[in-house]
Design a protein around this ligand. Structure first.
Ligand code: GLN
Length: 255
């Protein structure tokens, strides 16, 4: 065969080979992650840098590194998040999402990665509410679509419940005296009780409902298994504990 012919064949084949490489075994598809726009300390915007930070953000980035996934993180109100996972608009949801049987009917969950629960917060000088038994006729703030909203609807229909799109709004109303109490996730409430200098709250009563957080996926997602495998590695190799300590300042008690 003459030389020019080889040249022509190579020139024609090169782009085809490059395309095959790119599609077949090239860069992995980007995984669309849905997270919350404000759930301290799991995902929230650092006021000094404008950056999205938190326990969940560190955890999902560590999972992605371990499972070799390429992430694109999208933020939204919690209410729309589960719907976005259910319809497959997002591939992964991480937002301190409580694993519940009801949610499990329409989405898949990873293995649990964090133990939480629900607790009531009131203003530090409140004398009238010392447990959930005192909620009748009181104004209680919480967040739309959350397990706390569901809990209040089921256990305290005699309270006046206001569910806000963002939980920060509920705390602002508690601070301003527009609601008498807020029911929300213990680690989130504790942040406002202990760390936020703009608020002056205390918790009252017991932890009302034990909960566990899981990473969410559309039903039947092929990502459940690699994400669980990655979580197991992170627990094993100390990465999980490092992230836990960074955000909660003490060793995680599981394992
Ligand atoms: N853990 C709560 C739930 O799943 C709230 C989570 C959140 O506000 N991000 O309903």
């Amino acid at each position: 065969m003459k030389k020019w012919k080889w040249k022509r064949i190579t020139v024609c084949l090169l782009p085809a080979v490059a395309l095959l490489l790119l599609n077949g075994c090239g860069a992995p598809d980007t995984v669309q992650v849905a997270t919350d726009n404000g759930f301290v300390p799991f995902e929230f915007v650092d006021p000094s840098t404008g950056e999205l930070i938190g326990f969940d953000i560190d955890l999902i980035n560590a999972v992605a590194e371990e499972a070799e996934l390429n992430l694109n993180i999208n933020t939204m109100d919690f209410d729309g998040l589960i719907a976005g996972i259910r319809t497959g608009r997002y591939d992964v949801g991480i937002a301190g999402i409580t694993i519940t049987e009801e949610r499990g009917e329409s989405i898949d969950f990873s293995d649990p990665y964090y133990d939480a629960g629900l607790i009531l917060a009131v203003q530090a000088d409140n004398q009238t509410i010392s447990s959930e038994a005192d909620l009748a006729g009181k104004r209680v703030g919480t967040r739309s679509g959350s397990t706390s909203e569901r809990y209040l609807q089921e256990h305290h229909p005699e309270a006046s419940i206001t569910a806000f799109p963002g939980i920060v709004e509920a705390y602002m109303d508690l601070e301003a005296g527009r609601v008498d109490a807020v029911l929300y996730d213990l680690p989130n409430v504790m942040y406002y009780v202990q760390q936020d200098s703009k608020t002056n709250f205390k918790t009252v009563g017991e932890v009302l409902q034990g909960e566990q957080y899981g990473i969410a996926f559309p039903k039947g997602s092929p990502l459940v298994e690699p994400v669980n495998a990655a979580l197991a590695v992170l627990r094993e190799n100390g990465t999980y504990d490092r992230i836990y300590e960074k955000w909660f300042g003490e060793d995680s008690e599981d394992e």
